[in-house]
Design a binder for this molecule. Structure first.
Ligand code: AMP
Ligand code: GLY
Length: 426
């Protein structure tokens, strides 16, 4: 069987690694391709030089190679309608259609549908006129949450307790159009204070299966200080995600959204990822994503015991409701190593040493490239993810951080508190 994974980050490395491991355990014949992939993925799959957003070139490649299943990693090709294009051509592909992927690509659509579904959510208002948005913003008390409606490469959300900064964010999005069309509409919402969890689900027309809750540390520095990033590290299990909380997540978030998708005539097939703020035991929707999370997937797939390919095929065939998605009861941690300067301008082209020496943990590559001499070098903000598993979070953390010390590159930055116990948790 031939499988093509679209994307070239840590999430896609995790997906390719799990597919390859499962195939070697089951004895399945699997030929793996990735577009564009990265040097780490290239050890497990054939990487093809096609960008993740070049939908027509990807389609040509999949037809030419007679790919049996394509798995879409990032959101951009989903928003461009890659799933619709592949299906029109009679090809099997894992991911939501363009209309369904709007749940991530338009924050106002997501908020409106979540509201119609009855998913617990913060209060919000949508604006298309800058002056009206500004007047509303000034009437609200802080902290302020301002979100450009469309995809903005993770930079479209501002959370601040400084009114001047909130006004600047609004102006940049709506008046200066720094995110282009993504800022034609802006959502201003109530700030919620709690602990944020990520819950991924495999969803199709038959139902859904949840992953365990995973927590992502988003700020660049220890103690949740500094700029927001795409994710500095993840861990599971998460203390705040008790059985009661997860029952609410299942019923009030995913159950209600599944029903809503049916009402509006959308068959959602793929991963639905809910970012949730847990406030006094009640989960509230922060955002939906239409794809696997990064770096949530690195931890989620480490704990997934079921065969990933079988799970993805179940979704494509609308059989996920009966699919036994099983997870280990262990703990897992992913520590992200970033390049100096990230999430602003960062260094590139520094040689990376020590990946092969890592034991009792493993390194997933994200922002890497191979230079003219064949060395693996830094080539992105989030460079590597170090993943480890343990019987407890402390064990997983110890193994991950031991491995983090073995991997070197100039300007290496990471948080030292991924998965560390929070105040008040025993
Ligand atoms: P997003 O890109 O939508 O995930 O937002 C970036 C981050 O902003 C989230 O991970 C949250 O930590 C924070 N955030 C977004 N919306 C809210 C909200 N309504 N209340 C509090 N924090 C929020
Ligand atoms: N880690 C957050 C995301 O994948 O959007």
């Amino acid at each position: 069987m031939k499988v093509l994974v679209i994307g070239g980050g840590g999430r896609e490395h995790a997906i390719v690694r799990k597919l390859a491991n499962d195939a070697s355990h089951s004895g399945r014949e699997l030929e793996l391709f990735a577009a564009p992939g990265n040097p780490g993925i290239a050890e497990l799959a054939q990487c093809v030089r096609i960008g993740a957003e070049d939908v027509e070139a990807l389609l040509d490649f999949a037809k030419r190679e007679a790919i049996d299943l394509t798995v879409v990693g990032p959101e951009a090709p989903l928003a461009l309608g890659i799933v619709d294009r592949f299906e029109e051509a009679g090809l099997r592909i894992f991911g939501p259609h363009k209309a369904a992927a709007a749940i991530e690509a338009s924050k106002s659509f997501a908020r409106a549908e979540a509201e119609a579904a009855g998913v617990p959510s913060p209060k919000y208002r949508v604006f298309e006129v800058y002056e009206e948005a500004l007047a509303y913003l000034r009437e609200q008390h802080g902290p302020w949450v301002i979100k450009a409606d469309g995809l903005a490469a993770g930079k479209g959300v501002t959370v601040t307790d400084d009114l001047a900064a909130a006004e600047a964010a609004l102006r940049l999005a709506m008046a200066d159009k720094v995110f282009g069309e993504a800022g034609n509409r802006v959502v201003i919402e109530e700030y919620l204070e709690g602990e944020e969890i990520s819950v991924l689900a495999l969803v199709d027309g038959s139902g859904f299966q949840l992953f365990p809750a995973i927590e992502d540390h988003k700020q660049v520095n220890d103690g949740d200080k500094g700029s927001n990033t795409g994710g500095m590290g993840t861990f599971a299990p998460v203390g705040v995600a008790t059985d009661e909380v997860m029952a609410k997540v299942r019923d009030e978030v995913f159950g209600r959204m599944a029903k809503r998708f049916k009402e509006i005539g959308i068959t959602y097939r793929g991963v639905l990822f809910a970012g949730l703020m847990v406030v006094d035991g009640q989960p509230y929707l922060i955002e939906f994503n239409a794809r696997f999370g990064d770096p949530e997937t690195q931890v989620g797939l480490e704990l997934l015991e079921s065969d990933l390919l079988a799970a993805l095929e179940a979704v494509v065939a609308d059989r996920v409701a009966e699919f036994p998605l099983r997870f280990a009861r262990d703990a897992a941690v992913c520590v992200v190593l970033t390049a100096q300067g990230y999430p602003d301008a960062y260094r590139k082209g520094d040689g990376i040493e020590g990946i092969a020496q890592v034991r009792d943990a493993y390194v997933l590559q994200a922002g890497t490239a191979t230079d003219a001499k064949g060395r693996v070098v830094t080539n992105g903000g989030r460079v590597l993810g170090v993943v480890a598993r343990g019987g407890t979070l402390d064990e997983a953390r110890a193994l991950a951080y031991h491995a983090v010390d073995q991997v070197q590159f100039v300007g290496k930055h990471f948080r030292t508190d991924i998965g560390a116990r929070r105040k008040g948790e025993g």
